[in-house]
Design a binder for this molecule. Sequence first.
Ligand SMILES: *Cc1c(COP(=O)(O)O)cnc(C)c1O
Length: 382
Amino acid sequence: MSIMTPKITRFLTQNDPATPCLIVDLDSVEQQFSTMKHHFDGASIYYAIKANPAPAILKRLNALGAFFDVASLGEIQQCLAAGISAEKLSFGHTVKNTHALREAHKLGVSLFAFDCEEELHKIARYAPNSRVFCRLTVLNTGADWPLSDKFGTTTDHAYELMLQAEQLNLKATGLSFHVGSQQTSAEAYQQAIAQASTLFQRLQSQGLALDLLNIGGGLPSHYTRSVPDIDYFSTAINQALSEHFPHQRPRIMLEPGRALVGDAGVVRSEVVLTSRRGGAPTDPRWVYLDIGRFGGLAETEGEAIRYRFRTPHDDTSHSQSPCIIAGPTCDSVDVMYEKNRMTLPDELASGDKILILATGAYVSTYCSTGFNGFAPLNEYYI
Ligand SMILES: *Cc1c(COP(=O)(O)O)cnc(C)c1O
């Protein structure tokens, strides 16, 4: 997995962009999309645009035949502005305000997620006759960034809701789940597919034939910890689909966010200060960067996502030691790695430019609008 592509290296050398900034190689995104298409043959790939809604990414993926998972009216508008047609959108958020529902329907969006009765009634009222899928709660074991606590319902409840959807003149079309983001185990998918298939069968016996299974996102990017490659996931997932849907496989939807764009991006940041406050050699070494929790690296919350750093002193001949990594703001929660420190070269000093790898997903839009006067990071899509 090469993350620092020659194109990004060349861009940095030629342009020496001011920090902090994010550079995304669109060819990497394209390559990753093709890899996914190849591994999940026959599945429709819905890019979860919250990972990075940059118009350049949306346009590139649209040209390649991608579909798109959106979560708000704003995201619908971003897609339409990028020239994507409303039929290619899935409104995958289970919690939608009525204004967004009404507008989505008016704009031609016809596929909606839900996980409870009230939302189902809202969809029936504000987006009548739409196709709907019910989100199941599934185990998120193995995910570094879990999602299941907040969304989804039980298979028993989903059974009732799907039958009710038909009575509300909606098209009860399928089921969805999300195994949690930065998922490192294929077992989570296998269990969820098994869980969904039992519900397909129960509804079939009631005369309701579903034809869509949305297996969500979750596939990992390459951060500090090594993760299995896409082969491992696709083999396990395809096997589970064949095992649990032996006669007819439903239409499969995949909603990658992180895995599609994460590895394609690199953040360039400047070291603002390194210090051993207290002065004693045993005092911890702090490294303050010009990007932190408020500058886009919000997924360092709880030290969940551990990014890979590249410094100008990575040569193994240099000594290294554990450092606490913090952002530039005055807020004391703006500390990224403290419990589990990052080992960095001792030579690192103010003014050094460092690279933070695999930052194409969940960085640019997590950036605050200017907390403490720090402007949002510049973005380059090349
Ligand atoms: C965020 C999200 C995704 C994308 O998840 P990744 O882990 O980034 O692949 C997919 N589907 C839904 C419904 C989401 O909320």
